[in-house]
Design a protein around this ligand. Structure first.
Ligand code: ZN
Length: 416
């Protein structure tokens, strides 16, 4: 029955995993390493009593399948891999909560639920070794850029295809994993927030609206080098001055955009010496928004501002796109279920966008109705050994996430 869900067991298992695969510096489950394989083997041991079909797909994602009367499937996802010196909850909370939900559903329906329920442990979500995140889920969604991925090299010069071969994965076939999504009717992912929004609101849980779209550009201002002593202030073509004026401006652009964010993350100057006016100043701009039109407007406003400041400072400006991804809004009906499940468990919910990308963004890209639930992060910090969440909140998130799974199952049955 549904009361067989034991959220305390999930917390105990998280602690067990931490002891098994972490050290004084944090979690060490970097994808394709022995510790990662150990963590995955440990999960398999945890489910030996359940009537599951377990297999790795062509991209190395592990699927735990509880067959139902219908092939239509509810998917629950997470990732066992971590960054080096990572936190104890990022990714594995999702998998272990999913396993607990499988136990509940198996007990309630005596091994045969009305629809199929699957937990997936995505391979290499973090991209810690090859600098490319969402590997397993982007292969599965079909979104992985094969040419780019083929050339990826780790710090010791090992190519991604060779590292994959070592763990039994044929790089050229990774997109065959897309077959796993054939009967997917909904995808749910629980995750720690990794930011301070829920903490500041003093709320344990939130429903996620989607993942931000990103525009990432380098902006270079071109002025003229000139002697810092002999050049009067009104005769300078100061590339740094124009770039510096962008800094307060991007704060105003973000503020006008609603819930968008803008970051100038780096600034380099040439010639970069103490006795010269700056000839060339290159800054990077990262802009994120959940709404595609609002994101386009933020970018357009930044371009207009850069041209205005360039003209006023008698310098020139050029732009170069570094990277871009469209926003991935989640499914409205599933967001409503997620809100409802949260309110049932803790009274109050909050809707928020996700700044970081998650595997859920790839599944949404593939056209599967998707939603995520966030649980509060203490300190608002992740990818760090101090990453933490109150135990009572961990228990609440497993219970609320289970309610969401129940609602999603009923929704899938209604639709078919
Ligand atoms: Zn994660």
């Amino acid at each position: 029955m549904s009361n067989s869900l034991d959220s305390k067991r999930t917390v105990a298992e998280l602690k067990e995993l931490r002891a098994l695969t972490g050290d004084d510096n944090g979690a060490q489950r970097v994808a394709f390493t022995d510790t990662w394989l150990k963590a995955r083997g440990w999960v398999r041991q945890k489910v030996v009593d359940l009537p599951l079909e377990i297999h790795n797909d062509a991209a190395g994602n592990t699927w735990f399948t509880l067959r139902g009367e219908s092939d239509k499937a509810l998917l629950i996802g997470g990732h066992m891999d971590s960054v080096p010196n990572g936190g104890w909850l990022d990714g594995c909370l999702n998998v272990l909560a999913g396993i607990e939900i499988l136990r509940r559903i198996n007990a309630q329906y005596k091994g045969k639920p009305p629809i199929t329920v699957r937990v997936v442990d995505w391979a290499d979500e973090e991209g810690a070794r090859f600098g490319k995140s969402l590997f397993g889920s982007s292969a599965c969604s079909g979104n992985l850029d094969m040419n780019e991925a083929r050339g990826l090299v780790d710090k010791s010069g090992i190519k991604l295809p060779d590292a994959l071969k070592n763990v039994g994965i044929d790089f050229e076939r990774v997109k065959d994993s897309g077959v796993e999504l054939k009967n997917a009717a909904a995808y749910l992912e629980l995750h720690i927030e990794q930011g301070p929004v829920l903490l500041d609101l003093d709320l344990p849980l939130g429903a996620v609206l989607g993942t931000f779209g990103v525009e990432r550009h380098a902006i270079t201002f071109h002025g003229q080098a000139a002697h810092s002593g002999s050049t009067p202030m009104n005769r300078r073509k100061d590339a740094f001055l124009a770039a510096a004026r962008m800094s307060p401006e991007v704060y105003r652009i973000a503020a006008r955009s609603g819930n968008g964010v803008c970051t100038i993350g780096s600034c380099t100057t040439k010639p970069g010496i103490v006795t010269s006016v700056v000839e060339e100043c290159r800054i990077t701009l990262d802009q994120r928004h959940l709404d595609a039109a609002a994101l386009a407007k933020m970018l357009q406003e930044a371009k207009a501002a850069s041209e205005k400041f360039a003209q006023e400072g008698n310098v020139k400006v050029s732009w170069e796109r570094l990277w871009q991804i469209a926003p991935r809004p989640f499914n409205d009906e599933l967001i409503a279920f997620c809100d409802e499940a949260i309110r049932e468990i803790c009274g109050k919910s909050h809707q928020l966008p996700s700044g970081p990308l998650h595997d859920a963004a790839e599944v949404a890209f593939a056209g599967v109705p998707t939603v995520m639930m966030f649980v509060q992060s203490l300190h608002g910090i992740s990818h760090n050994k101090i990453e933490d969440t109150k135990e009572e909140h961990l228990e609440m998130c497993v219970t609320a996430f289970d309610k969401l799974a129940d609602k999603a199952m009923a929704w899938i049955q209604d639709k078919s």
